[in-house]
Design a protein. Structure first.
Lengths: 571, 113
């Protein structure tokens, strides 16, 4: 009896030890792993997408907005139908613009799509595979109606561009980061990416096997915080106008490329900005990197004669010259070292006044002003006008060419810079320098975004007024010279006196491998109107126009054409 | 004999107390089981309702997003201009701007008789 009791006791003890051992193994050694596994079974988690902010024009119209889109995936272990059958069902719904192109093209693209899908569905090295991105709700519904087992959808976000490729260089685009999340690149999307993105939320809670939430269970999460909307200074009508006119101008004057920028000198707000060639931000992946860069804020060019008002303004402000000062060296070409500086048309006007120097766009007269200013003072004025540094425009991708260091300017550098050669600027720097003249001598920072808003909250971005670079008197004097240059200069044939324009043409040669190309030019016209109370400052630049190399016959008429039509949209 | 009777009565009383206690505990357990089942069913149905409401919210959010997308696309000025041109409207070829100092009635602008 005692023996049987002992055996039973030992057996019981052994069982207890084994049970405790297993419990130790499951609870302590593999406890964390199993807890996590269990949580995965009864906890369901979901990400709450934060809607990316919209970009709006000054009138509140959308320039870009966000919409739901879907990623279609396949769970390869769950499909029950033949891969080819599924591919043939899906392909017609996934081919872009099935109504476009001829029958043969459509047939080929359908076949290709079906083959790609079939190849994806036959893969054996993965269990989950994305099949298509950025599908709209209608396509999703059509695919769901096919009831294909194993096919699922994840909510994503897509950008909607109501004007297609319009404002591409201003807006930038939304692509993917290295981690696969949406990220803005270039323009406003890049510059304000953090504000536009918002913060995604999440919801994690206990749920039943069929996904039904358990009210007594644990629940945690945060709500999504949507991105901020950007209300810009862009006037949509003017934006579309300059884009249409620019493309027409490039075709008419057979130019390689061109750009137009219009700003409000009072606020520094960018009213419109267009560069061509451009790209479609909704299909950015179909374009090369070269198209994404905004040439207005990142490409340097030698400005030529449109630079003359800046140097003349410096000369007038310094007191070295007056409007009636006579040029003592304007009767013949100017020789500096081994270089000879002549006028653009080989006509020389002895004793020209400074006003006439600007009117005739006289290179020798400008070299005279440059010599009076001297290298260091010229450098200081140019720096104060903003050349050689970033303008701090709120667009991603701004770059600035360097100007020669102070103290390292030779006589010939001073002379050539005086008429816009041997110095590189960006279009945005150039237009902001002229804006300073239009603003009676005070600089201002260019701004694309006027206000930030989200729901009922709105924050105004105040204009950033800069320093005074020239006196009001000097600004008025150079303005009067530009008025005469516009109405009596080379572009007078196209001028419209009723617009009361202060402007200047510029035909710059293009430096190629240490010398200037004899045939290719960059034609520009910069100006503002009305000159006594400017509503806009505009720069038009055409690269390598072939119908005529001269700005007075290309950029100037394009400028006036835009200005005349634009006045309809300005108060 | 009396002592024996007293002992039997005591055992009967004890047995009755145990029986009543067992019945009471059983009753309480039964009520608790019923309450648990009722509450569980109630929560399950609420969970189901919550799931339905969430599905409805999701559906409405999707519809809202689709409508907003349509509105955004319909505000396209480019499409509007295209439509206008198709209906025969054209841009004015010559625009005359009158400066503010050209007041009405100074003879520059024709007056009605």
């Amino acid at each position: 009896m005692k023996l049987r009791l002992k055996i039973a006791g030992l057996t019981f003890l052994g069982v207890v030890i084994i049970v405790l051992g297993r419990l130790f193994y499951w609870q302590i050694i593999r406890g964390e792993e199993l807890q996590a596994s269990a949580r995965n079974q009864y906890m369901s988690g979901s990400r709450i997408l934060a809607k990316r902010g919209s970009v709006l024009s000054s009138g509140g119209e959308w320039l870009v907005s966000s919409a739901d889109s879907f990623l279609m995936y396949v769970q390869l272990t769950e499909i029950t139908e033949d891969a080819r059958v599924i591919a043939n069902k899906l392909a017609p719904l996934l081919v872009d613009d099935p109504d476009d192109g001829d029958y043969q093209d459509k047939k080929e693209s359908l076949l290709q799509k079906a083959m790609d899908l079939e190849a994806a569905l036959l893969r054996e090295d993965v269990v989950w595979l994305p099949l298509a991105r950025k599908l709209n709700s209608e396509t999703k519904r059509n695919i769901e109606a096919l009831s294909i087992r194993g096919i699922g959808f994840d909510l994503e976000e897509a950008r909607v561009y109501p004007e297609a490729s319009s404002s591409a260089h201003v807006l930038g685009f939304v692509g993917k980061s290295d981690e696969g999340r949406d990220q803005g690149y270039f323009g406003l999307e890049g510059y304000y990416d953090l504000l536009l993105s918002g913060t995604n939320g999440y919801l994690e809670r206990e749920s039943s096997a069929i996904g039904m939430p358990l009210l007594t269970g644990e629940e945690r999460g945060t709500s999504a915080l949507g991105g901020v909307n950007l209300i810009t200074h862009i006037n949509k009508s003017i934006q579309l106008l300059i884009e249409r006119r620019l493309i027409n101008g490039i075709e008419r004057y057979e130019a390689v490329s061109g750009n137009v920028i219009v700003i409000d000198p009072e606020t520094g707000g960018i009213i419109a900005m267009a560069a061509y060639p451009s790209y479609d931000p909704g299909k950015y992946f179909e374009y090369g990197d070269v198209y994404f860069k905004n040439p207005i804020i990142s490409d340097a060019f030698e400005p030529g004669s449109i630079f003359k008002p800046v140097i003349m303004a410096a000369g007038l402000d310094s007191g070295e010259v007056e409007p009636e000062t006579k040029c003592e060296i304007c009767d013949k070409p100017l020789k500096i070292d081994k270089y000879e500086i002549g006028t653009w048309n080989n006509e020389y006007h002895s004793d020209s006044t400074m006003a006439e120097v600007i009117q005739h766009s006289d290179n020798v007269g400008m070299a005279f002003v440059g010599q009076k200013l001297g290298a260091d003072r010229m450098y200081d004025y140019l720096s104060n006008f903003g050349f050689g540094g970033l303008t701090d425009i709120d667009l991603q991708g701004e770059a600035s060419p360097k100007i020669r260091e102070r103290g390292k300017w030779g006589d010939v550098d001073v002379a050539t810079a005086s008429f816009g050669q041997g110095i590189a600027v960006t279009p945005i720097q150039m237009v902001m320098a002229i804006a300073a003249i239009a603003r009676d001598g005070v600089t201002i920072t260019p701004q694309v975004v006027d206000k930030l808003s989200q729901g009922d909250w709105e924050e105004d971005i105040e204009p950033k007024i800069g320093e005074r670079v020239i006196s009001e008197k000097a600004a008025n004097e150079i303005t009067q010279m530009m008025v005469v240059a516009a109405s009596e200069g080379e572009a007078k044939w196209t001028a419209d006196v009723k617009l009361r324009v202060a402007g200047k043409t510029g035909t710059a040669q293009i430096p190629v491998a240490g010398h200037y190309d004899s045939e290719k030019t960059i034609a520009s016209f910069v100006g503002f109107a009305p000159y006594d109370k400017p509503k806009f400052v505009m720069l038009v630049t055409l690269r390598e126009p072939k119908s005529s190399p001269w700005a007075s016959e290309t950029a100037a008429p394009l400028w006036y054409g835009i200005a005349k039509e634009m006045m309809r949209y300005l108060d | 004999m009396r002592l024996r009777n007293t002992k039997v009565e005591g055992e009967q009383k004890k047995s009755n107390v145990v029986r009543r206690l067992t019945m009471l505990l059983g009753g309480i357990a039964g009520v608790l089981v019923v309450v648990t089942v009722v509450v569980s069913v109630n929560y399950a149905s609420k969970g189901s309702e919550l799931m339905m409401v969430e599905r409805e919210i999701s559906k409405l959010t999707t519809e809202n997003s689709e409508v907003e997308e349509q509105i955004v696309k319909l505000t396209s000025v480019s499409n509007l201009v295209e439509g206008i041109e198709e209906t025969g409207f054209i841009d004015p070829e010559k625009i005359e701007y009158l400066s503010s100092d050209l007041a009405w009635g100074q003879g520059i602008i024709a007056k009605l008789p």
